[in-house]
Ligand binder design. Structure first.
Ligand code: SIN
Ligand code: MN
Length: 267
């Protein structure tokens, strides 16, 4: 799948592109069933909220077949190669649960700010993709963006190791207010299967989910192979060391798993 000139213009201007219903309900069911199994396991890659419900499962593309296929899906990989202008590798892969009632906040941050400071990623030649595994609405803790905030580079941040179970370099309120006054503050919402592609410099956050509706989103963080990380202080399953270019699979790769749950188990 190639992006149109209009979509590329929108990305350059706003810092993100929203693609509603990019994956079918059946494809999403395959991924959701796999996520539910992963959350039940006691793998070290699964981090939990203080209530015990899953918050994030890292690196599922390395131990689950459905997520391996999503991590090399042509509807995701080809547009990112197009936007970044070269081969990409997987820097990080996570399934964020934002569970009903208990899903906790993600404070305001830029992902590249974290990858640069913590992992020594040289340049912001990296992107995020969010794939909605549930319908995302204003009610269940959507991702919130400050449009155009990707244009000003890495913003000063403080290391927050307290407010959630996940350490993050976060922005202060004054900065967030200023950026919102300038470019607005939006929450792209849509049905399960929708996709957002967003700059690794775009400032974003998400509120807690106190609704009875789950809000699972998978994030692929893709980086150009010639821009790989240079510091290795975080676990390999949080900041990957496999810098080999991803070869996109065929467009049917997830459909081929529909109704074949045994192949959803780890390979
Ligand atoms: C993130 O920014 O990495 C996660 C945000 C979310 O899942 O709500
Ligand atoms: Mn983020």
């Amino acid at each position: 799948m190639k992006l149109s000139e209009e979509q590329i213009k929108q990305f350059n201007e706003e810092g993100y592109i929203f693609l509603p219903s990019c994956f079918s309900k059946d494809e999403i069911t395959v991924l959701n069933d796999a996520a539910a199994e992963i959350y039940k396991s006691d793998r070290e890659e699964v981090w939990r909220e203080s209530s015990g419900v899953a918050r994030t499962a890292f690196a599922a593309h390395t131990y689950n077949e459905a997520h391996r296929r999503l991590g090399a899906h042509p509807r995701l990989i080809t547009p990112i190669e197009q936007l970044l202008g070269g081969d990409v590798y997987m820097h990080q892969y996570k399934i964020n649960a934002k569970a009903a009632f208990d899903g906790d906040v993600w404070q305001w941050h830029q992902d590249f700010g974290v990858w640069h400071r913590d992992d020594g990623m040289p340049e912001p030649r990296a992107m995020n993709i969010a794939v909605f595994l549930d319908d995302v609405s204003g009610a269940n803790g959507p991702l919130i963006f400050l449009p155009k905030s990707h244009k000003i580079g890495v913003i000063e941040a403080g290391h927050d190791v307290q407010t959630t179970s996940y350490p993050l370099w976060t922005l202060d309120r004054e900065t967030v207010q200023k950026l919102s006054d300038e470019g607005g503050c939006v929450a792209p919402i849509g049905p399960a299967g929708s996709v957002i592609m967003f700059s690794s410099l775009l400032v974003h956050a998400s509120p807690p989910n106190i609704s009875p509706l789950p809000r699972t989103i998978v994030y692929l963080s893709l980086c150009r192979t010639d821009n790989h990380i240079t510091k290795f202080k975080r676990a390999e399953w949080i900041a990957h060391r496999n810098f080999e270019p991803i070869s996109a699979l065929n467009d049917q790769c997830l459909e081929d798993l529909i109704g074949n749950p045994s192949s959803v188990a780890a390979e």
